[in-house]
Design a protein around this ligand. Structure first.
Ligand SMILES: Nc1ncnc2c1ncn2[C@@H]1O[C@H](COP(=O)(O)OP(=O)(O)OP(=O)(O)O)[C@@H](O)[C@H]1O
Ligand SMILES: [Mg+2]
Length: 377
C-alpha cells in the first residue's frame, strides 16, 4: 500500500512540474504578447500624435490659406457674394460697401444671370454663376462698380457729339452770316426812306429778328471755335463772388436763398471772364429751375489736381432723357430759352481741359460739378 501511495505522489509531482512549465510558457508568451501590444500601442500612439500634429498644421495652413483668400477677396475692387441654397453665406468687403441687403436680395431672386443695376448714385454690372465641383446649391454673384466708367464713357460720348454738333453749327452759322449782313444793309436802306408808320413797324420787327439771329450766330461762332483763353492766376472764389454780386437783383427778386461755401481758397489758372460766363449760366439756370422756397448752394472745393465748383439747386430737377441732352446746342425745355447756355459752358470748360458732371432728380433738384485743373497750362 505504501508503495502505491508513493507512486501516486510521484505522479502528482511530475504532472505539476509540466503544468507549471506550461503556465510559465503561457505567461512568457502572454507577457511577450503584451510587450508587443504595448510596443505596438506606443508606435500607434506616436503615429497618432504625428498624424494629429500633421492635421493641426494642415488646419493652420488651411486657416492661413482661407485668411489669405479672404484678404485677396476683400482687397479686389469687385463685390463677391456667395449664396448657399438661396441665403448669403459670404460677402467680401467690396460687396458689403457696394450693396444693401435689399440690393443683393434682388440679384439673388432675379431670374436673370447677368445685368446692370442702379443703386442710389451708383451703377453696377453683375453676373451670377452656379458653383460646380462639389458645391451643390451654391452660387456666386460678382458685382462690378461701373459708376466712374459709365460717367467717363458718357463724358467721352458727349465731347464727341458736341464737337461734331459744334462744327456743324459753326459751319451753318458762317453760311448764314453773309446773307444776314446783306439783309441788314437792305433793311437800313429801307429805314432811310420815308415809310408809313405801319411799314416802319414791320421794318423794325424784321430788324429785331435779324439782330437776334446775328446775336445767336455770334455766340455760336465765338464759343464753338477753339478760341484762345486769356489765362490769369486768380481765386475762383473771387469770380463767384463777383458773379453773385452781378446777379444779386434777379436772385433777390425771386426770394431765393443763396448759400456760398469756400473750402478751397487757393489760386488757380483760368480765364476769369469766361469763368464768370460759366457761373452766370449755372446760376441763371438754377434761378429758372427753382420755385417757391428756392435755394441755391454754391461750393468751391479741391479734388486732387482740380478746383471744383459745385452749383446745387432745389428746383424742378430733370428726367434722365432731359439730362442726357442738356449740353446739346439749341436743346431747351423753356418757352423763351435758346438752349445755348450749357453748350457754351461746356466749350469753355473743355477749353480749360476741365469737365462737368451732373446729378439731378426730378422734383428734388440738380447739382452741377465743374472740374477745372488748378494748373490748366
Ligand atoms: N438747374 C437746372 N435744373 C433743371 N433743369 C436744368 C437746369 N439747368 C439746365 N437745365 C435744363 O437744361 C436745358 C438747357 O439749358 P441751357 O442753359 O443750355 O439752355 P436754356 O437755359 O434752356 O436756354 P439759354 O440758352 O437761354 O440758356 C434747360 O432748358 C433745362 O431743361
Ligand atoms: Mg440757360
Amino acid at each position: 500500500m505504501r508503495v502505491g501511495i508513493g507512486i501516486y505522489l510521484a505522479k502528482v509531482k511530475v504532472m505539476s512540474i509540466s503544468e507549471a512549465e506550461l503556465l510559465k510558457d503561457a505567461f512568457n508568451g502572454f507577457s511577450r504578447a503584451s510587450d508587443s501590444i504595448v510596443n505596438y500601442y506606443n508606435v500607434l500612439e506616436s503615429q497618432i500624435r504625428l498624424l494629429k500634429e500633421e492635421v493641426e498644421s494642415k488646419n493652420r495652413e488651411l486657416e492661413k490659406a482661407k485668411e489669405y483668400l479672404h484678404n485677396i477677396l476683400d482687397s479686389i475692387p469687385v463685390g463677391i457674394v456667395v449664396i448657399d441654397r438661396k441665403s448669403i453665406s459670404f460677402l467680401n468687403k467690396t460687396a458689403e460697401r457696394l450693396s444693401s441687403e435689399k440690393f443683393i436680395d434682388d440679384l439673388n431672386n432675379s431670374n436673370q444671370k447677368a445685368g446692370e443695376i442702379k443703386n442710389g448714385k451708383g451703377q453696377y454690372r453683375w453676373k451670377k454663376d452656379v458653383l460646380r465641383n462639389g458645391f451643390t446649391g451654391k452660387e456666386v454673384i460678382v458685382i462690378e462698380d461701373v459708376t466712374e466708367f459709365e460717367k467717363m464713357k458718357e463724358r467721352f460720348e458727349r465731347d464727341e457729339r458736341l464737337r461734331a454738333m459744334g462744327e456743324m453749327a459753326a459751319r451753318i452759322a458762317h453760311e448764314i452770316k453773309n446773307p444776314l449782313g446783306s439783309m441788314e444793309l437792305f433793311l437800313s436802306m429801307l429805314s432811310d426812306r420815308k415809310l408809313k408808320p405801319k411799314e416802319k413797324k414791320y421794318v423794325d420787327y424784321i430788324h429785331f429778328g435779324v439782330q437776334t439771329i446775328d446775336r445767336i450766330i455770334n455766340n455760336i461762332l465765338s464759343y464753338t471755335r477753339p478760341r484762345s483763353l486769356v489765362m490769369n492766376e486768380e481765386k475762383i472764389g473771387k469770380v463767384v463772388e463777383e458773379t453773385l454780386d452781378f446777379m444779386k437783383l434777379s436772385i433777390m427778386s425771386r426770394h431765393i436763398n443763396v448759400h456760398y461755401d469756400v473750402h478751397y481758397d487757393g489760386v488757380s489758372f483760368f480765364d476769369p471772364d469766361m469763368m464768370k460766363l460759366v457761373i452766370m449760366n449755372f446760376i441763371s439756370n438754377a434761378i429758372d429751375a427753382v420755385t417757391g422756397k428756392g435755394s441755391i448752394r454754391i461750393e468751391i472745393k479741391e479734388e486732387e489736381k482740380y478746383v471744383v465748383i459745385v452749383v446745387n439747386d432745389n428746383g424742378a430737377g430733370m428726367s434722365e432723357d432731359v439730362r442726357k441732352n442738356i449740353f446739346n446746342p439749341f436743346f431747351t425745355t423753356k418757352d423763351k430759352g435758346v438752349g445755348l447756355g450749357l453748350f457754351i459752358v461746356h466749350n469753355i470748360v473743355q477749353a480749360h481741359k476741365g469737365y462737368i458732371e451732373v446729378e439731378s432728380t426730378e422734383g428734388v433738384g440738380t447739382t452741377f460739378f465743374v472740374y477745372i485743373p488748378k494748373d490748366s497750362q
